[in-house]
Design a protein around this ligand. Sequence first.
Ligand code: SF4
Length: 379
Amino acid sequence: MKYIEEYRDAYLTQKLLKDLRSILTRDWILMEVCGGQTHSIIKSGLDQLLPKEINLVHGPGCPVCVTPLELIDKAIALASRRDVIFTSFGDMLRVPGSSSDLFAVKAAGGDVRILYSPLDSLKIARENPDKTVVFFGIGFETTAPPNAMAVVQAQVQGINNFAMLVSHVTVPAAIIALMESPDVKVDGFLAAGHVCTVMGYWEYEPLAQKYKIPIVVTGFEPVDIVHGILKCVRQLEGDRYYVENAYARSVIREGNRPAQAVIQRVFELCDRPWRGIGVIPQSGYRLRPEFAEFDAELRFPEIQSIETKESDLCISGLVLQGRKKPHECMAFGKECTPQTPLGATMVSTEGACAAYYRYGRYADANRRIDGDKWLKNPI
Ligand code: SF4
């Protein structure tokens, strides 16, 4: 498939790895921000192929994983109501709340529907005027434009039985929080290519300067990722730090201006709790007052008083900050599996724990094989 197959080319990946080995003089800790990149790294075995000097740690870029427990519990409370049709992307259904999940609500008879587009919620709302359709609007800047557009369309079309439970988060605020934390050690970031396709990368430039850290916009295939790592290490080894674009086939500095405009029109920045991490100032989007009628938390004020309880065993907050790897969790593969998840990172298709479990990274997660051997067994 054009624009995918060539970015999985084993020999090109190997050449980039050779270039990487040739410039390394010391150890570096790099964080891939996006959970999609984490899965690609583990699936393709890059974690085992990279030179031992490169320690890749996994960041907080899985939108399902960082959706706060409080919001999951509110979603469960709303989905349990007989006067509500609850709509969501599919990977939210297995995410554990304090005592249940949306899948269990659906199994018990709740009207929970999986969508591929938030605009489908409007169609359901038109077809069910006696119910309120609540859409679970989660994600980073990538999903914010279509979610914002659903709210605009609801207002334009006068669909008053539609509301959104909003839990949007933004990448630059997460990078700031990580760099300000004394417990987090990261030398360089691989920024998420799809987020930058929407937002561009101009927002990262002051961060690279302030924290003296390379930020490389990176794609999702093995060649993309090694290319991003190579660019990052070249900066580090040369004592330089700026924003570089290693995903030029999709990203320009300014990003997608119309998409940014619809985000600005519908959402405003707010403080937002991140699951397992805590509140990060100005890290989330909430609906602007002009769209308050579509805010599910305002429409159903009774869900504000929900009490939450996180698993005592789960260390996903540390995993999401790059401070621990999934197999270092005592519950990994034992109490916690994809069938019995204790944390969202074991559920989501972008979750680091799910990637480690799916691709067999247990106690030997850091074992490496040499590149020549891998050449005979390309991706
Ligand atoms: S393995 Fe399970 S319990 Fe451990 S950090 Fe991951 S999600 Fe949490």
